[in-house]
Write a protein that binds this ligand. Structure first.
Ligand code: GUN
Ligand code: ZN
Length: 448
């Protein structure tokens, strides 16, 4: 047993976004007691620590903050080394000129292993304990990712990126329609639930434009057969205007979401559900949002990426009001920030600047909620991770202000009881160097 002493900050209980502020917990002299199985046994004030922990080793993290591990619900493993790639245009140009060729390099298993090492090391460095990871087309590269994730102790859901059609630049990433199904099926059998349950598999067609209607049909059948085992679904949705035009003309749909919702060919199964995560959803119609909400599907909101590719931004109010769970994604490598609080920083700025009277100032509690609880919910893990309540698995990060130039001075100006201001400044101003120790299920993670 170990107890960690520091300033606890998290969203307790299981509130909806709108109730985040009422559930914000801030305990300046707080403590987290973690038992030998990696479960939080006590979370609260240090002076209330139960006597059962009297003999436990105390890890003094003061003047650090103890926050839940960050949850990144959308980033691309094969794009680990591709941030800030110049595509000379928006999404479709960037994919063809920069991304498809870079992803093709992971056909080399040795290279893929090196990239998997970098990928997991970056996640640990920025405190992203849980992630939904868009995978490589190549099974050996996916093996390397899952092996490294399990070795280092990260919590990872991933699946190979499925492509059965596309431009010449994507040719190395494309398989036959049959192989798309069998490779995905074998990845599920091999990795879903591995690493004592820290690894999970998702069915991931890259986006509607990279698969045929027949592939979507086959994936619907496959997904229906594995849903009950907790397998996930993940893809991109309605990110960019040219992409949406092309989806409409290729599939003859009005709503992009219909391509994933079993509406293309008679009798096809829907890919939506409470373990389905759709990246972006920038330009969704009201009925698409209603359908996402009704099925319990989540959106991975990626504001940093949307700025980089000029995609526009997901309308925060409209999406939240429709009842859709909004989680956060870095979208490495269209997003060029690995640290989830940096993405929160962009999130705050783009939404306060939304046009046509839609601008709003997202509260600090809602920011923390989006980066933690909403991510856990998107991955159907809200009973295990996302906050620091007793009974949860001990996934947490120590934020050590004194590692970052001037952060202690900036925070010192704020009364430690003024929770809103303190949390806002901490989340908005922290950089990677302020991330100290990172724990998953009570285990201290290191990349070595
Ligand atoms: N849509 C299809 N593929 C991608 C990708 O790799 N990144 C982003 N941002 N959007 C996509
Ligand atoms: Zn993406």
């Amino acid at each position: 047993m170990r107890v960690y002493r520091g300033h606890l900050m998290h969203i307790g209980g299981s509130p909806e976004l709108m109730q985040a502020r009422d559930h914000l917990v801030s305990i300046p002299d707080g403590v987290l007691a973690v038992d030998d199985t990696g479960t939080i046994g006590f979370s609260g004030r240090y002076d209330r620590l139960p006597a059962t922990y009297a003999e436990a080793t105390v890890v003094d993290c003061r003047p650090g903050f103890l926050l839940p591990g960050f949850v990144d619900t959308h980033l691309h493993f094969p794009q680990t080394r591709c941030t800030d790639s110049y595509g000379g245009g928006q999404l479709l140009d960037w994919l063809q000129r920069c991304i498809f060729p870079a992803e093709a390099m992971l056909a080399d298993a040795e290279y893929a292993r090196a990239v998997a090492g970098d990928f997991c090391a970056r996640r640990i460095a920025v405190g992203t304990t849980t992630a939904m990871v868009f995978g490589s087309a190549f099974p050996e590269a996916q093996d390397a990712l899952f092996e490294e994730s399990c070795r280092t102790g990260l919590r990872t859901v991933s699946g190979r990126g499925i492509q059965t059609v596309g431009p010449d630049a994507a040719a190395p990433l494309i398989t036959t329609e049959d192989a798309a199904i069998t490779l995905t099926d074998s990845e599920i059998r091999r990795w879903h639930g591995a690493g004592s349950g820290l690894a999970g598999v998702a069915v991931i067609p890259r986006f509607a434009l990279s698969v045929t209607a027949a592939t979507l049909h086959g994936l619907g059948e496959l997904y229906d057969s594995v849903r009950g085992s907790g397998v996930y679904f993940h893809t991109h949705l309605s990110e960019n205007a040219a992409e949406i035009d092309s989806v409409r003309s290729s599939f003859g749909v009005r709503d992009y979401l219909d391509t994933y919702d079993g509406r293309l060919t008679g009798g096809a199964r829907s890919l939506l559900g409470r373990r389905s995560v759709f990246a972006h959803a920038v330009h969704c119609s009201q009925s698409e949002l209603a359908r996402l909400a009704e099925t319990g599907s989540s959106v991975a909101h990626c504001p940093t990426s949307q700025l980089f590719l000029g995609s526009g931004t997901m309308p925060w109010r409209r999406t939240a009001d429709a009842g859709v769970n909004i989680a956060l994604g870095t979208d490495i490598a269209a997003g060029d920030e690995w640290l989830i609080p940096r993405v929160l920083n962009d999130c705050f700025k783009v939404h306060i600047s939304e046009p046509a009277g839609q601008g709003l100032s997202i509260t600090p509690a809602e920011l923390l909620y989006t980066a933690t609880v909403a991510g856990a919910r998107a991955l159907d893990m809200q009973d295990r991770v996302g906050n620091l309540d007793a009974g949860k698995e001990a996934d947490f990060v120590v934020i050590a202000p004194d590692r970052q130039v001037m952060l202690p001075e900036v925070l010192a100006r704020i009364d430690s009881e003024d929770t809103d201001r303190l949390l806002f400044t901490l989340l908005m101003s922290m950089r990677e160097e302020a991330v100290g120790q990172v724990y998953v299920r009570g285990r201290l993670l290191t990349a070595d």
